[in-house]
Write a new protein. Sequence first.
Length: 109
Amino acid sequence: MNKSTLSVLQCQVVEEELEMSLSELCQACGTEGTLIRQLVAHGVLEPRGEAPQGWVFVGASLQRTRLALRLMHDLEVNLPGAALALDLMDQIRRLQQQAQVAEVPPRGG
């Protein structure tokens, strides 16, 4: 008799057009404003606006913040390490996209 396992995946669709304030991002991620400010200082997040009170974060910031928090909490990576890991993941994603474009065979002929 075969045993089968059931995997449940959770996902959340976040539109890029979604805009959040600092307090809304904190609430959505269950974290403090201090940590979000540190993520901005380390280049993990790039909000629009000059001061934290006027910062506006787009939908991708939610996903990026949650990923940084997972790295820091689950894997015990420090903040600079999480920033570096996210930067490397971005580079890998860009290289994969470039490779896919390069693999497209020419049309016609």
